[in-house]
Design a protein around this ligand. Structure first.
Ligand SMILES: *Cc1c(COP(=O)(O)O)cnc(C)c1O
Length: 429
């Protein structure tokens, strides 16, 4: 089992050295609980693995995975930089203490005023299209402004399903065929293009597609280097490092992964004589995914055509199972050691049939009042949550060194309509 699951002597699930049942009693459910030390460990595992093979290495944490300000502060204090995909994330990063040089903005279908905001914030823009480049040249003074381009390293789309954000069906990036022309155009317009970026997909446990993409992007970068005046300051290979969601899945061998990627990188730099530009990667899920549990209480056990375990949260709180049919490992936190005795459906409280956390899952005998821990809920979990069904968003707690601190209050009913305006003529007098 590699799911960051610990069980204490009471046979209760623990996170960050704290009994899940105690946290649930103190703060109520549903509740996200985040383990600070695990985030720091995950960050340092990647950082050490890469930097010992290549010194000029930087991690740009992809903060769309989890933008809680405390999480951002933890990563800022570790020395991370930030991959921001929206102006809101740029704002959040700046507010969390990241200086502008530690933020890279990789937007998609970006508005002019958004580019203006990023430029005014002194944050570098990673440009996704020729259209965006030309619009950027019109709204700012390009003189010497450092930019990079996202390219689509069109690799093995048919062979590796994880590469689909890098294949011919992907909306992201600039094609290999137009790369040289685009960098030349950027220089002609007055920009200083200094980087290249790609991001091929998410949840990669097998390094092969990432290696192929690294080779493919280095070929594009080498070609740009040889045919233009671009001197690369950085090459950014995006995120996508996976974590196991199922107990039987392997973990990504990060030591080996780093060795292989840096070896391809160094080999290609030498081949083209490109010097020693910074190597960036942008993990999101790998840093925060297994550092958090969603705790939710069983309130209904129902034998219908199937057996349903009904809990007090739903896809408004954790969307991944409904949206991606993702597997999340489920542990009965107050019976963490008990063997599975039956297959059940774990169902949320949203009024939709698709609101299931698990279908046909072997679990111990579950009673009303039991506490469910949904593991690996640190990435794309709270950040994708909503108020659907008019449910206020839930609280988040950070555990560290045996203590638990509230880092986000749960929303109130008032929060459901603070920004709404009812026209006067509709008000009841
Ligand atoms: C989402 C995203 C990432 C992070 O992906 P993970 O699978 O969470 O590592 C990195 N870079 C960009 C540009 C992204 O959009």
């Amino acid at each position: 089992m590699n799911l960051n699951l610990k069980i204490n002597e009471k046979k209760h699930a623990e996170i960050g050295g704290i009994d899940c049942n105690d946290i649930a009693s103190e703060f109520g459910t549903p509740l996200y609980v985040i383990d600070e030390e695990r985030i720091r460990d995950n960050y340092n595992r990647v950082y050490n693995a890469f930097s010992k093979n290549y010194k000029n290495f930087k991690i740009f944490y992809a903060c769309k995975a989890n933008t809680n300000l405390a999480v951002m502060r933890i990563l800022e204090s570790e020395g991370s930089s930030i991959d921001a995909v929206s102006t809101g994330e740029v704002y959040t990063a700046l507010k969390s203490g990241f200086t502008s040089d530690r933020i890279l903005f990789t937007g998609n279908n970006v508005r002019d005023d958004e580019m203006d905001y990023v430029h005014n914030s002194n944050v570098r823009i990673n440009v996704d299209s020729i259209s965006q480049l030309k619009r950027l040249a019109k709204i700012i003074n390009p003189d010497g402004y450092k930019i990079s381009f996202r390219v689509n390293p069109n690799v093995g789309a048919g062979h590796h399903k994880h590469c689909i954000t890098g294949g011919p069906m992907s909306k992201f990036g600039i094609m290999e065929e137009e790369a040289v022309e685009v960098y030349k155009l950027a220089i002609d317009l007055g920009f200083k293009p200094v980087g290249m970026h790609s991001h091929i997909g998410s949840g990669i446990l097998n390094p092969e597609p990432f290696k192929l993409a690294t080779e493919a992007m280095m070929k594009i970068a080498g070609n740009v280097f040889e045919n233009t005046d671009v001197d690369f300051e950085f090459l950014d290979f995006g995120g996508g490092l996976g974590i196991p969601y199922k107990p039987e899945e392997p973990i990504l061998d990060i030591e080996n992964f780093a060795k292989e990627i840096t070896s391809i990188y160094k080999g290609k730099l030498d081949e083209y004589g490109m010097g020693k530009p910074d190597l960036y990667i942008e993990p999101g899920r790998y840093i925060v995914g297994d550092a958090s549990y969603l705790l939710t209480r069983v309130n209904t056990v129902k034998q219908s055509y199937r057996k349903f375990i009904g809990v007090d949260s739903g896809f408004n709180t954790l969307l991944r199972p409904s949206m991606y049919e993702s597997y999340h490992h489920i542990v009965v936190a107050n019976k963490a050691n008990e063997k599975a005795v039956e297959n059940v459906d774990v169902a949320g409280n949203v009024c939709e049939s698709g609101d299931l956390f698990a279908r046909d899952r072997p679990l111990p005998k579950i009673d009303e009042g039991d506490l469910i821990a949904i593991l690996n809920s640190g990435a794309y979990a709270f950040s994708m949550s909503s108020q659907y069904n008019s449910r206020p968003r839930v609280a988040e707690v950070l555990v560290n060194d045996g203590g638990a601190e509230l880092i986000r209050e749960k929303e109130t009913y008032e929060d459901l309509y603070t920004k709404q305006i009812v026209p006067k003529r509709l008000l009841k007098d």
